[in-house]
Design a protein around this ligand. Structure first.
Ligand SMILES: C[S@@+](CC[C@H](N)C(=O)[O-])C[C@H]1O[C@@H](n2cnc3c(N)ncnc32)[C@H](O)[C@@H]1O
Ligand SMILES: [Zn+2]
Length: 387
């Protein structure tokens, strides 16, 4: 049973349908657990909007409008937010939520409801987001679909200003993390497989699709952060119109080979592993940088300023893993089970790697993941000698 309640997120109070079970059957969708994601997004937007003026943001799939409301109320330099949803109930709820937060209805114009408060404009429209995105340009686009963002990526790339930014969510984790390779191939055009670094693989598959969609429109999507939490991915990127940047990104696409038996990857196509086992082919996959230290440092300060403790802890781990540019990580338990040994403490392995001069860190993608620039042989040796 769902009921209309009045929760609060950040500085915004709003109406939302809340039920024990979150599903797309709600009159208007709202998932309280995604507050984590929205807190991150508000802070990321503050970092990116600080260096821009008169920012317009599009909350392309608004539902209750909570994300867009938080952008317009909590982000510096945002002067306009566009709310769009195809569900008429959502449009009514967004309007009500704007009024609850002091926005005054001004007029209806070409099917759009326009609201204003202190020189800020909120525009609410009931439309198919694909159509709306194809006829407008925004400084920033936020896309939060049910499941995969794939059908929207071309439209988002087109609608994002050439010096803007885009935040994109995906919740189709089975397709992204190698559990459903055929679904991944259909949606993202990428071969995948079960691997010991599945959570980072998912992030890179999603980013590969996003980078390609923007490249087609002559825009470089520069990843600033990828967040993986519970059941979702969220990519945060800045857009630049430079051909040289697009080429640089596209040159980081590679075919990867993976040996299930050794839990070993090769950043090249290879039929067989050194152990003679046939490898799995993954890709073409973006292998470049996915976490930007400069951006994460600023994000951390924003999270701290607002007292978002859980989010801050995740950001801290991201900052540590951003030091290691080598893609992927080893899952300690999977690697140890391949070696038929009991797993040592993760902290000890990281200490030992560092003591031998390697870079090593945990990763926010996986509580049992170790990211390191040590190669497979070195990692295996250190693991075998760690008590
Ligand atoms: C996951 S919800 C968005 C949640 C929201 N961003 C939040 O933070 O609570 C997805 C929304 O997209 C809307 N939607 C799905 N496909 C759409 C389309 N093609 N055009 C417009 N709205 C669409 C649904 O009605 C639903 O409200
Ligand atoms: Zn092997």
């Amino acid at each position: 049973m769902e009921s209309l309640q009045k929760p609060r997120e950040g500085i915004v109070e709003f109406y939302a349908y809340i039920s024990q079970k979150v599903s797309s059957d709600l009159q208007v969708f709202y998932n309280p657990r995604m507050e984590f994601n929205r807190n991150f997004s508000v802070c990321a937007a503050n970092v990116l909007c600080r260096k821009r003026e008169n920012v317009s943001i599009c909350d392309a799939l608004s539902a209750s409008g909570i994300m867009g409301l938080r952008y317009i109320c909590e982000v510096e330099n945002v002067t306009e937010v566009f709310f769009c949803d195809k569900n008429p109930e959502a449009i009514n709820l967004i309007s009500r939520n704007l009024e609850l937060n002091g926005f005054k209805f001004v007029k209806n114009e070409h099917g759009k409801r326009i609201f204003e408060k202190n020189g800020k404009r909120a525009i609410v429209i009931k439309e198919n987001a694909l159509r709306m995105l194809s006829t407008n340009i925004f400084t920033g686009v936020d896309l939060d679909p049910y499941g995969t963002p794939a059908p929207f990526l071309d439209s988002v790339a087109r609608a994002t200003y050439w010096k803007g930014f885009a935040f994109i969510t995906a919740t189709d984790t089975a397709a992204l993390t190698g559990s459903s390779p055929n679904a991944c191939l259909r949606k993202y055009g990428i071969f995948s497989s079960r691997v010991c670094f599945s959570k980072e693989l998912g992030a890179r598959i999603l980013l590969s699709a996003v980078i390609k969609a923007f490249a087609i429109h002559g825009k470089a999507f520069l990843p600033r952060a990828v967040l993986y939490h519970e059941h979702f991915y969220r990519v945060f990127g800045e857009v630049l119109p430079r051909e040289s940047e697009i080429t640089k990104l596209m040159k980081r696409f590679e075919i990867i080979s993976y040996c299930e038996k050794c839990k070993r990857w090769f950043e090249e196509p290879r039929e067989k592993c050194a152990c003679n086992e046939k490898t799995k082919t993954i890709g073409p996959l973006y292998t470049g940088s996915i976490l930007d230290k400069g951006f994460l440092n600023e994000l951390y300060i924003e999270l701290e300023k607002r007292g978002f403790e859980k989010e801050k802890r995740v950001c801290k781990t991201m900052l540590e893993e951003a030091e290691i540019t080598t893609p992927f990580y080893y899952n300690l338990h999977e690697f140890c089970s391949a070696l038929k040994i009991n797993p040592p403490k993760i902290e000890r392995v990281i200490e030992n790697l560092k003591a031998l001069g390697f870079k090593a860190s945990r990763t926010h993608f996986d509580a049992l993941g170790i990211k390191t620039n040590a190669d497979w042989h070195a990692f295996k040796e250190i693991l075998l000698s760690t008590e």
